[in-house]
Structures are given as C-alpha cells and as structure tokens.
Design a protein around this ligand. Structure first.
Ligand code: PAF
Length: 291
C-alpha cells in the first residue's frame, strides 16, 4: 500500500495503474474508519482494480461551532485498517495543499442541498461538493463509493456528477447496522448504554413506516407523526426532522409514489444521529385487458 500527501504523487500512481489497464476506484473519507467505511472499500475493490482511499478532515464542511479541531484523527489505526482491507493508495493531503492561500472557487449544488441537513447546516454541502470535486480531479477515478447513511450527501453528489458530466460512476452502498438495527456511525461511541437503547427508536420508526406502507398506509403526514411519537416515547430523544421524501430531489412527498425515502435526524442526549430507509411500494399489477 502506498501512502502520500502529495497531489502529484497520487497522479503518478494512478497514471501508472491506469496504463496497466486498471479501473480506478476511490473512497473519499474523513478518516476515523469503521466497518461502514470498510464496506465501501470492499465494494470499491469489487468494482475496480486499484483502490485509492482519501483521508481528509475537510474544514470547509464544518461550521465554526462544529468543532473541527475535535474531529477524531486516528491515523495509524486508519492506515492499518486500509492495509488490511487491501487498499492500494491512501491520499492524506494537508489543508494548504487543497485550500492554498487565496482559495476562492466553490462548487454548489442548489435545490437538493436546501432542505434537511442543508437547512440545519448551511454551507456544509458546498464544502462537501467542492472537496469531492477536487478529490475527483486529483484521483480521476472511474468509480467512487459513498454510503447511503449520508443520504442527502450521496443524492447531492449524484446530482453534481450528472450536472457537471463528471466521468465517474457513483456507487451507493447500503448502511451497515449493528445486529439490533442501530446504523453505524462514529458518533455512536458518545452514547451511554441508556441512550444507545433510546437510539434504536430511529431504525424502529423506519421499520414502522415500512410496515405501515406495506399494509396500505396513505396518509404520509400521519405516518411521519407516528414515527415521531415512537421516537419521542424514548427517554432523551428529540427529533429534528422526520420526512417521507423523493429519493432524488429529497422534496417532501404529499402523496405515495413507488420509490420513497424516510429521513430522520434526532438528538439522543447530546449526540446527533441520522438514519434513513428507502421504500419501494409494490406496483399495482396491470389488470388483464378485456378480450
Ligand atoms: O462523508 C464524508 O466522510 C465526507 O463528507 C466526504 C464525502 C469524505 C467529503 O469530505
């Protein structure tokens, strides 16, 4: 496994691999790797011949109050996990090499970044789309893997790649969950045992929505309220949003459609958690045409 902080080195390694016929894969991360990230690496390995993981805690996607300095940076552990996962190249740029003095160029995706996380964290997605574009320009991957856990992030990146004709295939990988349904997140370590129990109500409310939709629920606002009530019944849970939305535009739906997504953000004690689940409603079978 090669490790480098230099943009030119990344380009050199990738050029060599591509010249040997390799399809290049990329997994952008901010480090503190857990099993969710490693599932992205594994998928990327199956989609490509040469995998580059990027580790960069991107300052432009943090608001001033979000405490960028406290973000975990267990670099030795991350490199060990990358090596064990069969990564070929790890790119660990420093801040001045991605944002040199006088930096002033941004990539913004408009509508899909406005609601939900975008409403709560203005500027966040502009930072994400800018850094992901830069990483794509540096690594020039044929394929890049992102987690469905950050649902609005992957929807935004898919929109950006389509809108800007970026020559990279985006693969979205399923959320990795604990056996009891809790979505893996680097923030789960902050939960006390009681809070962890309460946090199960997020995935439980998505399961409730799946069950209700499968048995014919049509009142989407009523269903969102049931999900909220289920979560609020647990100590320490404060829901920030719960919506049933379109999986591409993320617009809140007013009526059922074949593909939908439920999106949740909630505080559990002092820890902010997000979760989501896609719902595919069975298509009505066409009635036989009269003879
Ligand atoms: O999902 C993340 O870890 C980050 O938002 C990403 C995509 C690596 C951009 O900094």
């Amino acid at each position: 496994m090669q490790t480098t902080a230099e943009i030119a080195e990344v380009r050199r390694h990738v050029r060599t691999a591509r010249a040997q016929g390799a399809r290049i894969g990329c997994v952008p991360t901010m480090g503190a790797l857990h099993a969710g990230h490693l599932s992205l690496v594994e998928r990327c390995r199956s989609e490509s011949d040469y995998v580059c993981v990027t580790i960069f805690v991107n300052p432009t996607q943090f608001a001033p109050h979000e405490d960028l300095a406290k973000y975990p940076r267990p670099m030795e552990d991350d490199l060990r996990k990358c090596r064990a996962a069969g990564v070929d190249l790890v790119f660990i740029p420093d801040v001045p090499s991605l944002y040199p003095d006088g930096y002033q160029t941004w990539v913004s995706v408009e509508e899909v970044t406005q609601p939900l996380e975008g409403a709560m964290r203005p500027e966040h997605f502009r930072g994400v789309t800018t850094v992901v574009t830069k990483l794509f320009n540096i690594v020039q991957p044929d394929v890049a893997c992102f987690g469905a856990k950050d649902y609005q992030q992957q929807a935004t990146i898919r929109r950006m790649v389509r809108d800007l004709d970026l020559p990279v295939e985006i693969v979205v990988c399923p959320t990795v969950r604990e056996p009891d349904g809790l979505a893996l997140s680097s923030r789960n370590v902050y939960l006390s045992p009681e809070e962890r129990q309460s946090a199960l109500s997020l995935s439980a409310s998505l399961q409730l929505a799946a069950d209700r939709l499968a048995t014919g629920a049509t009142d989407l606002r009523g269903l969102e309220q049931e999900m909220i009530d289920l979560m609020h019944a647990q100590p320490g849970v404060q829901v920030q949003y719960t919506v049933l939305a379109d999986p591409d535009s993320l617009e809140t739906l007013t009526q059922l459609q074949p593909r939908m997504v439920g999106l949740i953000a909630a505080m559990v004690g002092k820890t902010r958690l997000i979760d989501n689940r896609e719902f595919n409603l069975p298509q009505p079978t066409a009635s036989p045409s009269p003879r």
